[in-house]
Design a protein around this ligand. Structure first.
Ligand SMILES: [Zn+2]
Ligand SMILES: [Zn+2]
Length: 369
């Protein structure tokens, strides 16, 4: 009996301690049938130059509310090799096991770490990272492509490699032309790169934001105070490795950095429709005004600012629309022509969302009775 109780206690401990600490809510509703997966596709552990064990990354992701991670150790830089001597696949294998227990999708990957040009690139969905450990960087890319990898350029604006300004060099053009560059980091660690977003838009590269974390994520970002690491929002058919791969190759991403989103106008627009529910508010409307109720159904904080069009219609004040909150916005019907119309479309700007580096996303808000 006593032995049974001890066994039961051990089992309970194992089950209840699969993940440590509570998971933070980080909700974004589905967008046109796609799940919005919160992903960090660039991070390190002691298997290259990071400071933590691979399953710790899974635990951090669990706590912060992420869905997908990739452990991307440097192939060419392993300062802990004398003490941590597993091969190039080992960190992924450990994280995958932990991910399986926690319900976090772990993507296999490696960081091809070369001098500029071409610089650093992550290859995801590789089947054997050891085969990327070759002298010539061109052979490493060829091998990654042969393994069906999704390859992206890491931190192109990193001052250590591009001190004056980020440059798209002939080697990058060659990689792009030969199908060895599918995406690019517009945000990495504590930087975001406007010029890189322009490149991504011009060349239809998948836009990514990643932490490139080496130490502890909770030491680096004030996550308990609402801050998040840089990450990539993926619009995926389901929460699986295959669906993540499909979304990345199809460019269905938005990069998130410091509370701001960077993506195409198309996907930001779809995201807004999913996140903000807009309904008439008849109790607060009358012959002279129409009031709409805007409900932010997500854990993203938004600010709606007037545009010249909305100012002309009399909607002149910015409205803060924090996570999971509601706001009423009224449109004054100043003329008989306005009163005669059933519907009015008011254009507002979402200050934190950017379809171009220097622009905020403009969203239509339909006022109707
Ligand atoms: Zn790097
Ligand atoms: Zn890195």
């Amino acid at each position: 009996m006593k032995n049974n109780l001890i066994l039961l206690f051990i089992l309970f401990r194992l089950v209840s301690s699969a993940q440590e600490g509570p998971r933070q809510s980080f909700y974004i509703p589905d967008v046109e049938g796609y799940k919005v997966l919160k992903a960090d596709l660039h991070m390190h552990t002691v298997f290259s130059d990071g400071l933590v064990w691979p399953d710790f990354r899974v635990n951090e992701a669990w706590q912060e509310g992420l869905d997908v991670i990739a452990i991307t150790e440097h192939i060419e830089y392993r300062p802990n090799k004398a003490d941590v001597n597993g091969d190039h696949n080992r960190a992924y294998q450990i994280a995958r096991e932990a991910g399986h227990r926690a319900g976090i999708v772990v993507i296999p990957g490696s960081e091809i770490t070369r001098r500029m040009p071409p610089g650093h690139f992550n290859a995801l969905f590789i089947t054997d990272a050891n085969k990327l450990d070759v002298p010539d960087w061109k052979d490493a890319f060829r091998e990654a492509r042969r393994q069906g990898a999704f390859i992206f350029w890491n931190h192109p604006g990193w001052k250590a490699q591009q001190p004056d300004s980020a440059l798209w060099l002939p080697e990058h053009q060659m990689l792009y032309d030969s199908g060895c560059m599918h995406g690019i980091e517009v945000a990495n660690y504590n930087e975001w790169y406007p010029i890189v977003m322009r490149w991504a838009l011009e060349r239809n590269l998948t836009m990514l934001g990643n932490s490139d974390i080496h130490g502890g994520i909770y030491q680096q970002y004030a996550i308990h105070q609402g801050q998040h690491r840089p990450m990539s929002l993926l619009f995926a058919t389901d929460k699986s490795v295959e669906a993540v791969k499909e979304a990345l190759f199809a460019h269905r991403t938005v990069a998130m950095f410091n509370g701001h989103l960077y993506g195409t106008e198309e996907w930001l627009n779809k995201l807004f429709k999913a996140v903000v529910k807009i309904t008439p508010c008849p109790e607060a409307s009358d012959d002279g005004k129409i009031t709409m109720l805007l409900e932010n159904q997500s854990d993203l904080n938004l600010t709606l600012s007037p545009t010249s069009q909305s100012i002309a219609l009399g909607v002149i004040y910015p409205e803060s629309l924090p996570a999971r909150s509601m706001v009423q916005i009224s449109l004054r019907l100043k003329t008989d022509t306005m009163k005669a119309l059933k519907n009015h479309t008011v254009l507002m700007s979402v200050d934190e969302w950017h379809p171009r580096p220097e622009k905020s996303q403009i969203v239509p808000i339909l006022f109707c009775r």
